[in-house]
Design a protein around this ligand. Structure first.
Ligand SMILES: NC(=O)c1ccc[n+]([C@@H]2O[C@H](COP(=O)([O-])OP(=O)(O)OC[C@H]3O[C@@H](n4cnc5c(N)ncnc54)[C@H](OP(=O)(O)O)[C@@H]3O)[C@@H](O)[C@H]2O)c1
Length: 331
């Protein structure tokens, strides 16, 4: 059976280029071994993390080797199985890669309940980004009702999920996004109290207006100057969660915060999150978020691009803000 795959062809020097990938074709052996399963992939997740995985070396995970299938979360249907835990016709997600079919021994796979919602949600709000939002906010920042939560990159899947959970927990929620349309989505469908278009507005001035008593929780997806500005507006006892720094991923030298002494006067803390540390607790988060989606307390938005050949151009959308919602590649 023909298997179209996206291979890493070169390590990017700065911004991701389409030539950093090669679309290749291989033949997948349907005669799988004992203990294996064969998955027909329906959706591939395009996440900012992929940019880091294209680099050489190891951070929290090893960089993808040149010439191999690009690492990516994907989900699909089990079409053959010699694995005791996975039946034909069931659905799974995991790091199955940017390809049409994947053979797996089951390691790291999640079995999906597709009785409600959309299958692709398991790559977004019910998948890795949703888990990042849930644990980064609730376990790392521990927001209290009445506190003010400020989120950068708020119209993305992580940011919009953080903000909606914070609203459910009784917080005042403010976020930044890169267009008026995204800001309207935040204050409309997502129920944020205010949204700041960081490309048009002065974020420091806007924070003075929207957060007169300071920021109790800053959930940072962007890094760079926005991190510095937020540090300048911390309330006493503030918690800063560094989730990501998408504004810096294509840069050779990362912009560091100069306002970091504000954490001292705030008697606060800065902490980081790696979502994989919470894998054993994912079922609780999936149950909570599913409940909020079903009750209408929460919603999610997807931006779907069709065709595996579009993988390189679609990945670039993340770094220019062209995506509006969780970016998904439909196979
Ligand atoms: N630590 C973890 O375990 C973990 C897990 C998952 C994700 N993350 C991180 O969480 C962050 C958000 O991920 P996501 O999946 O929700 O991505 P996403 O928001 O759907 O996509 C990226 C968005 O970031 C914004 N952006 C891009 N370049 C920017 C820049 N230079 N300055 C400001 N904003 C910029 C764009 O929106 P605008 O139009 O608003 O600019 C873009 O749409 C990323 O930093 C990611 O690496 C961390």
């Amino acid at each position: 059976m023909k298997n179209t795959q996206v291979l890493l062809a070169a390590r990017p020097d700065g911004e991701v280029k389409e030539t950093d990938f090669k679309i290749a074709s291989s033949v997948i052996d349907e005669d799988i071994a004992e203990g294996q399963l064969l998955v027909k992939i329906s959706y591939i997740s395009l996440d900012p993390a992929l940019r880091g995985w294209m680099n050489a070396g190891t951070t929290y995970i090893k960089g993808v080797e040149i010439g191999t299938v690009m690492r990516a979360f994907s989900c699909g249907e089990v079409i053959a199985s010699k694995h005791p835990d996975h039946q034909v016709g069931s659905f799974v997600s995991g790091l199955l890669g940017a390809q049409e079919y994947a053979v797996s021994d089951g390691t790291g796979l999640s079995k999906l309940d597709v009785s409600s919602g959309k299958l692709s949600w398991h790559l977004g709000i019910l998948g890795m980004p949703g888990m990042t939002a849930y644990f980064g906010l609730l376990e790392k920042a521990k927001p209290q009702a009445g506190e003010t939560v400020f989120i950068s990159g708020a119209a993305g899947i992580v940011g919009s999920t953080v903000g909606q959970i914070a609203k459910i927990k009784g917080c005042t929620v403010i976020g930044t996004a890169g267009s008026q349309e995204k800001c309207d989505y935040l204050t409309g469908e997502c129920g944020f109290d205010a949204a700041i278009n960081y490309k048009e507005e002065d974020v420091a001035d806007a924070l003075k207006t929207h957060c007169p008593d300071g920021v109790h929780v800053f959930y940072d997806n962007v890094g760079g100057p926005i991190l510095d500005t937020a540090l300048g507006h911390l309330a006493k006892g503030a918690r800063v969660v560094i989730c990501g720094a998408i504004s810096q991923y294509n840069k050779k030298k990362i912009y560091g915060p100069s306002n970091y002494m504000k954490i001292v006067t705030a008697r606060g803390y800065i902490t980081g999150i790696i979502v994989f540390d919470y894998i054993k607790d994912y079922p609780k988060a999936v149950a909570d978020i599913s409940g909020w989606l079903e009750s209408g307390q929460m919603n999610t938005k997807e931006d779907t691009v069709k065709g595996i050949e579009q993988f390189p151009s679609a990945l670039k959308m993340l770094f220019s803000g062209k995506n509006f919602g969780k970016l998904i590649l439909e196979i």
